[in-house]
Design a protein around this ligand. Structure first.
Ligand code: FES
Length: 67
């Protein structure tokens, strides 16, 4: 259960876990997928391109923008 935003509903991955991976040097979506499993099922959490109706609050691509 997430205390903050749940980025990936399919794999139940919270924003903290994604930010922690980025803090530890992850720089690409592929690496996020490999390290956390987020974005490996429906991909709606990967980017707005896969989420045309804006169902995810935040996308992995947005979290990686300033990396
Ligand atoms: S919400 Fe992340 S893969 Fe489906």
């Amino acid at each position: 259960m997430c205390e903050g935003i749940e980025v990936c509903v399919c794999k139940n991955i919270c924003i903290q876990e994604i930010l922690e991976a980025i803090k530890n040097g992850v720089k690409t979506i592929d690496d996020i997928q490999e390290k956390t499993g987020a974005g490996t099922v429906c991909k709606m959490c990967v980017s707005s391109e896969y989420d045309p109706y804006g169902e995810r609050a935040v996308h992995i691509s947005e979290l990686l923008k300033n990396v």
